[in-house]
Design a protein around this ligand. Structure first.
Ligand code: ZN
Length: 221
């Protein structure tokens, strides 16, 4: 008999036990049931990241440590209430939800000193680490050859920008086999010293000075 295959990560994938027997996806089964699902507070709990994303973020942090960089998660899950609050304050272009809301994005502050580094370019090394871990970096959204106007230096996510539409519509969720860089047709990972096409006049999305202030300097998905 033909085995039922996974469709858009809805079921049948080899996910950790936290999904339970009749699992849908991490957003439906874990985030929506979390007591902080509607919290307006910042969340930096890695457990609120979808498991593949969580492992990838942990890998980025570990690899950064080998380079003597300290990365600290400052925002993982984000509620609609918090996103709407940011929108009212003019700190994001997205009024309702972003990848953070689905447990598929993380902001990592560079803490090589006692303060989060606010200089976006200092996060350039993260792009290579993110891609090595299977994530898209907000530095170039997986498209290193484009001169992006919007860069979110401390942001990583496990979904392409194009796939965000169906994610936000809750009609799709990435399964464990989803590979955003492959989805973009990428055949190589950026090296750590590959140049970033900087547009100095529009350097947005520098690091969040702290996770619970309104110091976002740019927009965030
Ligand atoms: Zn972010």
């Amino acid at each position: 008999m033909r085995k039922k295959t996974t469709s858009r990560g809805k079921r049948g994938v080899n996910l950790p036990h936290v999904f339970g027997a009749a699992s849908g996806n991490f957003y439906q089964d874990v985030l929506k049931k979390s007591p902080i699902f509607t919290s307006p507070q910042a969340c930096h709990d890695l457990e609120m990241l979808e498991p593949v994303t969580r492992d990838a973020v942990k890998q980025v942090i570990a690899e950064a440590a080998k380079l003597n960089h300290k990365l600290v998660p400052v925002e993982t899950y984000r509620s609609q209430a918090r996103q709407a609050y940011f929108f009212r304050k003019g700190l994001t272009k997205i009024p309702t939800v972003g990848c953070h809301h689905f447990g598929l994005a993380c902001d990592l502050a560079l803490m090589d000193t006692s303060e989060p580094d606010p200089v976006g370019e200092h996060y350039a090394f993260m792009r290579h680490l993110a891609e090595t871990a299977g994530l898209i970096s907000g530095i170039d959204w997986g498209r290193p050859n484009l001169p992006h106007k919007f860069r979110d230096w401390d942001h990583v996510q496990r979904v392409t920008v194009d796939d965000q539409r169906q994610l936000f519509a809750e009609t799709w969720y990435p399964d464990v086999n989803y590979r955003p860089l492959q989805r973009l047709g990428r055949t190589r990972i950026t090296e750590i010293n590959d140049p970033i096409l900087i547009q100095p006049q529009r350097r947005m999305g520098a690091a969040h000075p702290t996770h619970d202030t309104l110091a976002h300097t740019g927009c965030c998905w």
